[in-house]
Design a protein around this ligand. Structure first.
Ligand code: NAP
Length: 290
């Protein structure tokens, strides 16, 4: 059985806001009914952080699930993201209001610039103002690697509190993590389970570690993230996995276990390359509205 209190373990952001270390992501859950069901199941399982984005097209379904749950809004840490098409000062302000309307709320817990493309600095000024006006509890970025993150931190009035980047055993982001630590930015992992790539759930190293604790591979990976201080937002459309992914607070990986997983790092992503011209062109071309 899930231990309801334990899932509420938090990290403290640079501005003092408490953020759950474990949340639920809804990328690629396009169908509204499905999204509503899985978010309802996640809330019932004890998750209190929901990670969506305007580009996922499911903010309204997330809102319906929250609305139908008996969990008060203030107990939920709600994240959404600003898409590339909406970058820039005026656009960002408008996109923020659109997201709030879809999410059926009058504030966000965390608003992230989704991608490091387009007019980040215009968006950031808008987000700083929305933050100062008390409409967002924390502001941050996503997919900003050390160069972009450092540049933003140098030029911002309000420093980003979170950077959500790809992190999993095959791509451990040691350099990005150290840079964030120095800058006081909390790291959050997208794709914490490597989106199931490279047959990660059948991986022998991870299975052997799991056998010692009677835990699944997914639980071992999520525990590894938690012990590195990384916020995680695993996604699943299966109720039993949604629950399984919460049972990660009642065991501790040994130094040897952590070292065995550290040795799995390939040092690069197989999902996306944020330094390539093709990625910049592709993400700039994705339109989520007229
Ligand atoms: P992920 O959480 O690493 O992996 C999800 C995959 O793992 C799904 O195929 C899921 O299958 C499977 N899975 C989940 N739990 C499992 C378990 N216990 N046992 C076996 N399989 C399991 O990938 P992700 O969805 O890409 O990343 C998580 C969240 O990060 C997203 O939902 C989104 O909120 C965010 N994200 C952000 C960005 C960004 O650019 N900022 C990019 C990608 C993702 P089933 O669903 O079939 O159970």
């Amino acid at each position: 059985m899930m231990k309801r209190g334990m899932i509420m373990q938090t990290v403290t952001l640079r501005n003092g806001v408490e953020m759950p270390i474990l949340g639920f992501g809804v990328y690629q859950v396009h169908d509204a009914a499905l999204c509503e069901r899985v978010v309802s199941e996640a809330l019932a399982a004890g998750y209190r952080l929901i990670d969506t984005a305007s580009a996922y097209g499911n903010e309204a379904a997330v809102a319906t699930a929250i609305d139908k749950s008996c969990v008060p809004r203030e107990d939920i840490f709600l994240t959404t993201k600003l898409w590339v098409q909406d970058q820039g000062y005026e656009n960002a302000k408008k996109a923020f209001e659109t997201s709030l309307e879809k999410l059926g709320t009058d504030y966000l817990d965390l608003y992230l610039i989704h991608q490091p493309f387009g007019d980040n600095y215009g968006s950031w000024r808008a987000m700083e103002q929305l933050y100062e006006a008390g409409r967002i509890r924390a502001i941050g970025v996503s997919n900003f690697y050390p160069d972009r993150l450092t540049d933003l931190c140098i030029n911002a009035k309000i420093m980003p509190m979170v950077d959500q980047v790809e992190v999993h055993p095959f791509f451990q982001q040691q350099e990005a993590m150290e840079n964030m630590k120095q800058l006081g930015v909390q790291i959050e992992a997208w794709g914490p389970l490597a989106e199931g790539r490279r047959e990660i759930f059948q991986n022998e190293t991870l299975s052997a570690i799991g056998a010692k604790y009677d835990k699944t591979v997914a639980q071992v990976i999520l525990r590894w993230h938690i012990q590195r201080g990384v916020v995680i937002i695993p996604k699943s459309i299966h109720k039993e996995r949604i629950e399984e992914n919460t049972n990660v607070f009642d065991f501790e990986l040994s130094v040897e276990g952590m070292a065995a997983i550290a040795a799995m790092d390939t040092g690069h992503s197989e999902l996306i390359d944020h330094y390539s011209a093709a990625t910049a062109k592709w993400l700039n071309s994705v339109k989520i509205h007229e």
